[in-house]
Write a protein that binds this ligand. Structure first.
Ligand code: ADP
Ligand code: MG
Length: 616
């Protein structure tokens, strides 16, 4: 799409009637949001690097789009507002291979016919720019006017001359929301562009050109969701797909935050939405939707954008292939299948999962699942070791515990109110059991798993710290009530100085405290074992006088941190702590092994059990 951008305007021509007949008919001016979309796409087609959008009362009173693109020559200004006049295609044959967003030559004419329009523009070749004003589509003013290179189009009094249509407008607030949604989509797809959006005198968006989709998405969607997002990418036979999607730990009650693009055009595609549903089917409850930002790149000849006037619906010639590609890129990129098979699972009738239960194995699994659960419940009352949450426990374990959200009155199999799941995510109670204060046992779809609490927590801490270092975004810190004063050896001092910035990113707040000592004021929120400073001293010992290359050094730091920081075998865990740990484990990209490559869990499938019990 970017290849279509030019420094200079092409000649605007009125399309011939044969071409006009081939263009999907229909109105593009429905509401302020559709006008903003057309004007912004024109600006992007003109190669704009900076865009300023101004809205008054949701755009109903006034809206304007200002760009620094190639501009419209003074001589072409009236033509730009004529129907079927475009500089982007010449013949019908160009439609299938069109590289620009626009090609219908109708937007400006349609907009002008139902409002008052002011267009100020200048090209690089002209000494002065030009001003054109229209009312209800009639030109009322045309004169030279100064401007930097680029174009500003201001649309006032929308539908002033068609009161019937005006009545269909929603409140200014609703129109503003719709405009912001369109701008969010376009800003995600054009991260290289600087966006400034003002609404009723206030800055609604101020986006500097972003280096990555992650950066742009963080600016638009907020940083909390970004902690749950993973990248996915897949290419096959000339088609490619890539983007960001939330792990099953973060979902929403609607599809508002699913953004699909085909060749950088925002599209609405029921088929692709269905591909997302299928990819997540086993790992998120029905009615919950992950956040997805997906960019599909397909060869120009494979997509027909000429089916809907606003081009939000497109026809994919190879829809099945693209469907499959999106589904597998998500399943693979987010390890959804792995997670689906190994996630704690309650059995039939819980609303969890939701796949077909046609096949017999699964029915067996479900029946067995209930039996297993009854067994666990009986176990609990029979006095097997089980730790409920006692007051004051779980304080140092995980962000939710830190927020004080675990409560005193949670009972054995009640769903804890908070987990690593999205705040409003419905949660089904799942039984967790701690064996020998070392292993967590819980049911999965196809049997049961034993989870090693130390190895798993190591994996969680390692990945969290690694991400903090990679992306240079610090992990949450837990402020210590009583800062710890630690006396360091010379080797520890050297290690601290070498890794100071990294330790800060990992969540430690450490200040020099004179001589060889430091004052520790904060530690990573996910730590359980701080041991009054022993943890930090152990890490610094491991790294003392380490003079390996920095990349290896970093691995040593992460491994040492994860190993010393993780809960140990022999430590009692509460049910919410176990659940939090398991949730966090499955939220990592690599839930199946610890950083040293040891397994985090062992699986017992139902057929294993059947064999052992002589059932098979
Ligand atoms: P289309 O985009 O389908 O060509 P429009 O009615 O949206 O039709 O625009 C008509 C023509 O006006 C475009 O082909 C382009 O040459 C010119 N134009 C519109 N907006 C801009 C802009 N912001 N910068 C430069 N040229 C523009
Ligand atoms: Mg256009």
């Amino acid at each position: 799409m970017a290849t279509a951008r030019k420094d200079k305007p092409g000649k605007i021509r009125v399309l011939d009637s044969a071409t006009i007949d081939r263009i999907a008919a229909g109105e593009v001016v429905e509401r302020p949001a559709s006008i903003v979309k057309e004007l912004v796409e024109n600006a992007l087609d003109a190669g704009a690097a900076t865009l300023t959008v101004v809205l008054d009362e949701g755009g109903l009173v006034r809206l304007s789009v200002e760009d620094d693109g190639h501009g419209i020559p003074f001589s072409d200004l009236p033509l730009a507002f004529e129907r079927h006049a475009t500089s982007k295609i010449a013949t019908a044959a160009d439609i299938m291979s069109v590289g620009s967003f626009g090609f219908r030559g109708e937007a400006l004419a349609s907009i002008a016919s139902v409002s008052r329009v002011r267009c100020l523009s200048r090209t690089a070749d002209e000494d002065v720019g030009g001003l054109l004003e229209l009312e209800g589509g009639e030109m009322v003013r045309r004169e030279p006017a100064p401007r930097n290179r680029g174009t500003t189009i201001t649309v006032s009094d929308l539908f002033y001359n068609t009161p019937a249509r005006r009545k269909f407008m929603k409140t200014a607030q609703a129109e503003k929301r719709a405009v912001m949604k369109v701008l969010t989509q376009l800003a995600l797809a054009h991260q290289e562009v600087r966006w400034l959006v003002k609404a009723d005198g206030e800055i609604a968006l101020d986006l500097r050109p972003a280096a990555s989709l992650t950066d742009r998405a963080r600016d638009l969607l907020g940083s909390s969701v970004m902690e749950h997002m993973a990248r996915f990418e897949l290419a096959k036979g000339g088609f490619s797909i890539g983007g960001l999607a939330s792990r099953p730990t973060w979902t929403r009650g609607n599809r508002e935050q699913q953004f699909l693009f085909i060749n950088r055009r925002p599209v609405e595609s029921p088929a692709l939405q269905q591909a997302i549903v299928q990819a997540y089917r086993e790992v998120v409850p029905p009615g919950r939707y992950p956040v997805v930002i997906a960019f599909l790149q397909v060869p120009a000849g494979e997509v027909d954008v000429n089916v809907h006037p606003a081009k939000t619906e497109v026809r994919l010639l190879m829809e099945r292939e693209v469907f499959g590609l999106l589904k597998s890129s998500l399943t693979e990129g987010l390890s959804l299948r792995q997670a689906a098979d190994l996630r704690p699972w309650l059995g039939a009738g819980t609303g969890q999962g939701g796949g077909t239960d046609e096949d017999a194995t699964r029915r067996v699994a479900e029946a067995e699942g209930d039996a297993l659960r009854r067994y666990f419940q009986r176990g609990a009352s029979a006095g097997y070791e089980y730790k409920g949450v006692a007051p004051g426990q779980g304080q140092l374990f995980g962000a939710s515990a830190l927020r004080g959200e675990t409560t005193d009155d949670e009972t054995a199999f009640a769903a804890p109110r908070t987990t690593g799941l999205g705040a409003d995510q419905a949660l089904h109670p799942a039984p967790y059991w701690q064996l020998h204060r070392t292993y967590i046992v819980t049911q999965i779809r196809g049997g049961l798993v034993l989870i090693d609490q130390h190895n798993s927590h190591e994996r969680i801490l390692y990945n969290e710290a690694q991400k903090a270092l990679d992306e240079r975004i610090g992990v949450p810190t837990q402020q210590l009530l009583f800062p710890a004063h630690l006396e360091l050896t010379p080797g520890q001092v050297q290690a601290w100085q070498t890794h100071r910035d990294q330790l800060t990113l990992m969540g430690f707040v450490i200040e020099p405290f004179g001589g060889q000592s430091v004052l520790v004021q904060g530690i990573p929120a996910s730590l359980k074992n701080w041991n009054e400073g022993r943890l930090l001293l152990d890490i610094l010992d491991d790294l003392a006088w380490d003079d390996k290359p920095s990349q290896e050094n970093r691995v040593d730091l992460l491994a040492s941190y994860a190993c010393h920081g993780a809960v140990r075998a022999g430590e009692p865990l509460t049910v919410p702590e176990m659940q939090h740990l398991v949730d966090q484990l499955f939220a990592t990209d690599t839930p199946l092994s610890c950083p040293h490559g040891r397994p985090t869990l062992i699986q017992f499938t139902l057929s294993d059990l059947e064999k052992r019990f002589g059932r098979a």
